[in-house]
Design a protein around this ligand. Sequence first.
Ligand SMILES: [Zn+2]
Ligand SMILES: [Zn+2]
Length: 190
Amino acid sequence: MVNRAKSNRIMCINCNLCINKLRRYPALELDKKITSLLSEWVYPQIITQDDVVCEACKDLAMAKVNVFIKQEVTDDDCQQAGPSPRGHTNVCPLCGISILRRQSNKILSDNPSELHQAIYDIIQNRLAPRQITESDRVCHACWLRTRRQVLRINSLAKSLLSIKDAPQEPAPQEPATLTEPSTSGSTPAG
Ligand SMILES: [Zn+2]
Ligand SMILES: [Zn+2]
């Protein structure tokens, strides 16, 4: 029995590969040590009932656990293992396809343009609580989709701004008679 995720796209919680058509394992039903190692890797994501891992990530975690057991390393040593290993690298974290042979875009940039920064913000928002790392890339289709989203938001913001500016047109001049001191004319009856 395999858990059916609610979305149509089933992604490995660790490496984000789309594994609808691949072998997958419910992350909570693996060996306790493997599950706890996986939850360290995906931290601050929390592994839930619906989460699955791909075979490569499961094997990777299993191998690590075996190494830990052999070497009797302490938990502290595990923490210093560096960046979390992933069964598959070169995966678009947004849609889960492999970007090994596809055009892809770096999410983080050393010197991002305003547009790039806005794209980054949206992607980070979608992936939260997972943090984007230096090496993370998205496929070009997802990049363009996010870029369009940014441009749409920008043009929306601009039109909102222009609405705000609109009332600042010069107000219609009031009739001169009202601003002039009333030197003559009828005085209210008293
Ligand atoms: Zn994986
Ligand atoms: Zn993608």
